[in-house]
Design a protein around this ligand. Structure first.
Ligand code: GLY
Ligand code: MN
Ligand code: MN
Length: 461
């Protein structure tokens, strides 16, 4: 593993410059690729893609707004109350339209800047942009005589009912000689294969998110001391994210002692004692792209013998995962590799009985390792993309350059398990983010230390 190079103020050197944000033409090229697939698949069609509605946190207080990921992938447009309307005819002629909020100086005084149609068209490279209020009126003209309507189905109930209602109205008007789209399909089926391959600009943003996240984990390791509450460690992570213009991509897991064995623990209220393990699963989102790192370390002292045994085992499982990742490998190969190493290690440590074959056959090791070894990563932390292919999902997805996934084996031994007490409350996960390259892999999160020696040294600082 690469040595961690630190500047005088302790920041990893790699952190120098933030990557460039994609411009409107970049998004337009993406939309164009989608539309050419629509033409090839359906002979043309209309794509209607709404962004996310805003959500209340309590009473009249809103959650911080985040655009819908598919919408954002195609537009880069950050505002709520917006719908993309993209069309392609059988000759491949395309139109890129956006419906968005109008300028409104009074509302902008309260809520902030709005692009409005004119600036939105210019900035995000649309052919035309209309006020969102014009969508109902324009819908029939846009959808009539299109072979297919492509839109998300089952994503937003209000959108679903608007789509079916409007299709009903169109059908009722068929006597006018216009034909409504013969099929409605989920546009995400065409977008998922695109989102599985990250382009150069996406990779640059993901590297940056990974780098900020690695730095946050380093900060947390240095800060954590016996007596701290888990939320105080979370504050250090959030500080690092915000200082870099990022935010948490998901609720951070800051879990000590028995909480390390709760996979989705986010309560983060417990006080940490000397010698307990701290498992931190936390990643930032930078310009809408996520990182996802887990590190586990002892607080206030070095690893105990039992903690070290399990830690080294999980680390060995992760190395086996890395060895199984290369172009052409089936997606599940690295998960299988993790299971083999972890099951054998549990047998060697007498945590489970029987042969390796029997453990794999019966799944006895799942008592201590019950989740998958990784997932796609991108705009969403559990990103869009297929894990199986073929009409009936009969074959696994094969890895290809440009795909990004997490690698996160773990081992979790609760205090009620019938194993020596030294192993109780040991929950360890080690998670990194990996780009598949033409030669193998590039570990985007390598700046987050994880060898026993590195982790113990950082925690002792
Ligand atoms: N942070 C969620 C996960 O690791 O999948
Ligand atoms: Mn993950
Ligand atoms: Mn994670």
């Amino acid at each position: 593993m690469k040595a961690l190079v630190l500047t005088k103020n302790g920041f990893p050197m790699k952190h120098a410059t933030a990557p460039q944000i994609p411009d409107g033409l970049h998004y337009r090229a993406r939309r164009e690729r989608l539309l050419q697939t629509v033409r090839k698949t359906y002979g043309g069609g209309l794509v209607l893609m709404p962004t996310a509605p805003e959500m209340f946190r309590s009473r009249d207080t809103l959650l911080s707004y985040r655009p819908e990921s598919y919408f954002y992938y195609l537009s880069g447009f950050p505002e709520l109350e917006a719908v993309l309307a993209l069309s392609c005819d059988s000759a491949g002629e395309t139109r890129h339209l956006l419906f968005c909020r109008e300028k409104n100086l009074e509302r902008e005084t309260w809520d902030g800047y709005r692009f409005g149609p004119e600036a939105a068209r210019e900035t995000f490279s649309f052919d035309e942009v209309f006020p969102i209020s014009a969508l109902t009126e324009q819908w029939p003209t846009l959808a009539m005589n299109q072979p297919a309507l492509l839109t998300p189905l089952g994503l937003y109930p209000d959108w679903d009912s608007a789509v079916t209602r409007r299709m009903g109205v169109l059908r009722a008007q068929a006597r006018s000689g216009n034909t409504p789209p013969a099929c409605i399909v989920d546009v995400r089926d065409l977008l998922d294969p695109m989102r599985m391959f990250k382009d150069e600009q996406e990779i640059a943003l993901m590297r940056h998110a990974a780098s900020i996240t690695a730095q946050a984990h380093v900060r947390a390791m240095r800060f954590a001391r016996p007596g701290h509450f888990e939320y105080q460690i979370e504050a250090e992570l959030q500080h690092e994210f915000l200082m870099h213009g990022a935010q948490a991509a998901y609720s951070p897991v800051v879990a000590s002692a028995e909480n390390t064995c709760i996979l989705h623990y986010t309560n983060n209220r417990r006080q940490i004692n000397t010698g307990e393990l701290l498992l931190i699963d936390s990643g930032c989102e930078y310009q809408s792209y996520a990182a996802d790192i887990t590190r586990t370390f002892p607080v206030g002292c070095r690893f105990s013998a039992a903690q070290k045994d399990i830690y080294e085992l999980v680390l060995a499982a992760q190395r086996a995962c890395f060895d199984a990742l290369k172009p052409g490998a089936p997606f599940h190969a690295f998960h299988d590799a993790a299971e083999r190493v972890l099951a054998q290690g549990m047998i060697d440590l007498k945590l489970i009985e029987g042969s390796l074959d029997a453990a794999l056959e019966t799944g006895s090791f799942k008592r201590f390792y019950m989740h998958r070894a990784g997932h796609w990563l991108g705009l969403d932390v559990h990103d869009a993309g297929h894990y199986r292919r073929g009409e009936h999902g009969e074959a696994p997805t094969l890895l290809e350059p440009g795909m990004v996934l997490t690698v996160e084996p773990g081992c979790y031994i609760r205090a009620d398990e019938d194993v020596p007490a030294a192993f109780h409350n040991i929950g360890i996960r080690i998670e990194d983010d990996v780009l598949i390259t033409k030669d193998g892999i590039d570990i985007l999160t390598d700046d987050a230390p994880k060898s026993v020696a590195e982790v113990e040294a950082l925690c002792a600082e």
